[in-house]
Design a protein around this ligand. Sequence first.
Ligand code: GLU
Length: 246
Amino acid sequence: MCGIVGYIGKQNAVRVGVDGLRALQYRGYDSAGLAFLNEGKIVSARAVGKIENLEERVDPAWNSGLGIFHTRWATHGKVTERNAHPHSDCSGDVWLCHNGIIENFKELKEGLIAKGHSFTSETDSEVLPHLVEEEMKNGASFEDAFFSMLSKIRGTYGIAAISAKNPSVLLAARNFSPLLVGVGEGERFVASDVSAVLKHTPQVVYLDDGEVAVITASSHHIYDQSRAVRKKPEHTIEWSLEEAKK
Ligand code: GLU
């Protein structure tokens, strides 16, 4: 177990995300990382060990309206900074974090390497941003490429992804790894559980297995993987942050 946080909105994503990771610490992790949009590019920081080690790398001047955050529990590849998430595509435009296991990553990785992609980690997860990149290279939008990537993978996942070319959208998907969308005023969150969002909003939409969320600061749309719209109820969490932590 480990965790994911995503943020899009008017607060500083870096602050919200790192706080969120701290709230998810109880799930266990061996390393942590973040990626956020900064003046049209995506900046990332990763560290092995405690969230505090990641925080030491956070420049207090960093301020962004879009970011993804991850705590890793290594399944493929050692506990190293390189293997910590988020991972990117070759261009550094698409960044993604993943909890779970991609069962068919070996064949996907071989196919991507044959097409000229280069990899920097030993993880199963790194195929995901490269699959998105490959589709975008062929003309797909970020959203289309994300759906196409999902149709190619087998395994378990919670995923959050951002693209420098599409700064107004945050994408998320769930399959046997919990994920929810937190709904605020002009802001949205993605998180593995409510403890990471309760400080900001009690309104959440729980994703079910096989569901995908297309999120902007002011909207969230949930689909199944064949892109049929899923009408999802919004839940109001009645517990306090302290109760959620328990
Ligand atoms: N399988 C991925 C890895 O080893 C994700 C692990 C996780 O769930 O944190 O990096």
